[in-house]
Design a protein around this ligand. Sequence first.
Ligand code: NAD
Ligand code: WQD
Length: 344
Amino acid sequence: MEGDKILVTGGMGYIGSHTVVELQQAGYKVVIVDNLSNSSIETIGGIERITGIRPYFENLDCLDYVGMDRFFSKYENIKAIIHFAASKAVGESVQNPVAYYRNNVNGLINILELMPVHGVQNIVFSSSCTVYGQPDVLPVDETAPIKPATSPYGNTKQICEEIIRDLIFSGSAMKSIILRYFNPIGAHPSAEIGELPIGVPNNLVPFITQTAIGLREKLSVYGDDYNTPDGSCIRDYINVVDLAKAHVIAVKRMLDEQQPEPLEYFNIGTGKGLSVLELIAIFEQATGVKLPYEIVGRRPGDIEQVWANPQKANTILGWKAETSIEDTLRSAWAWEQNIRREKN
Ligand code: NAD
Ligand code: WQD
């Protein structure tokens, strides 16, 4: 219902901030919990400039059980939680696995323990296509087997999915929607919020925009000898605003009690795979900027190709990716230009 209070953990982050905007524009009251470990306080100003509403914000760590307990008492009557808060760098998770298990798994456990104490029944969980590994069948749908995780980060997503599943099957009154995102890219069309990678970006699109603006000399394309039409890896790049909208629909579905089952899984992707080389060509054509790049060796652990079958989300949620890849890449470029202007 309009006016219902929603807790967004990790709401100052990349996907969280875009979701806060969509929730506020749909009439929900948003409370953000974020420890700013991978985000900036300035994001709240961007959200306010877009929506005209400054969301409630608590600088709090989901690992702080007592602090979270107090938080729920302070902001009573929360109707649903969208749990984004997690660490997400695959390479870092290989270097420091225990910290990843602690943050991603313990953070979720704290929230799941506190939900019944404070009468909250609904949780949307941020999962990832990483749970499918290299799927045997493409496009991959939600019935595909979960493959052994290739990184501690990926394993945290599998473990968190299992914890939610076990809790719901235990007869708890809890309900959940698990969204498995493919590759989120782009920024809000206003260029007020977007992705803020700390240090050298690991992900392709921030690396592309930082190269285009001259912060990086050239992009390394990790391999052109894969078994794909042009030899580079294929992914399903999903616009971050489209992705954010899927969360609003999921929350509404839970609050309107439209879930036939207390636990549902949805792929959130476009249904179209693009290779790294195709993405570079589209970026150059859509922005008019030439991108220096070179082909280098494969990146260890990379999946060769994966893209979504988003049919279930299309038909059951009534959600569909709408933004073109050209507009999405232009939004990423506008955001990059905006943050560099601010820094200069
Ligand atoms: P992000 O790092 O931009 O956002 C995560 C936010 O959570 C940050 O603002 C960070 O400060 C906060 N945070 C982390 N640990 C916290 C804690 N213990 N307590 C409070 N706040 C904490 O990442 P994102 O790209 O927006 O990802 C959001 C979620 O989506 C994550 O769960 C991530 O694993 C998942 N996901 C991301 C992608 C992707 O490619 N970006 C793909 C699939 C799934
Ligand atoms: C995309 C493609 C690279 C950088 C990761 C996580 C996954 C999910 C999303 C959260 C790949 C190629 C990249 C570069 C390149 N996150 N690339 N040069 O690897 O699909 O997924 O983020 O759940 O779990 O593993 O995304 O953006 O890193 O790479 O050629 O400098 O771009 O090889 O084919 P990825 P990515």
